[in-house]
Write a protein of this length. Structure first.
Length: 99
């Protein structure tokens, strides 16, 4: 099945109602075992809008990790898995900051 797409190209402002709508759409897609994608707005989108979209995507990835992958990794690798995961995210943040 194709992912459900939400086109944000015309978006110039996003308040808490818009955020709630996107979160509800994401939860609905998960319940139906479908994926959801956001189409990034134009390059002149406000930095806050772009930051929200990137944060939303990062949150979805972290949720997926915490919900499905981390319990299994902890079961097989023990407590060290959390430390290594934290180091991985810290390294990614450092690389992004230096870029």
């Amino acid at each position: 099945m194709r992912p459900r797409r939400h086109d944000l190209r015309g978006l110039t402002f996003l308040d808490s109602s818009g955020i709630n709508m996107l979160v509800a759409a994401r939860r609905s897609a998960e319940r139906r075992q479908r994926s959801m994608s956001l189409i990034r707005g134009p390059q002149h989108s406000s930095p806050n809008t772009v930051a929200f979209v990137l944060t939303f995507a990062a949150g979805a990835i972290l949720t997926m990790l915490a919900d499905s992958m981390m319990p299994e990794a902890y079961e097989h690798g023990g407590k060290l898995v959390g430390v290594i995961t934290t180091l991985g995210f810290s390294t990614a943040l450092l690389i992004h900051a230096l870029d």
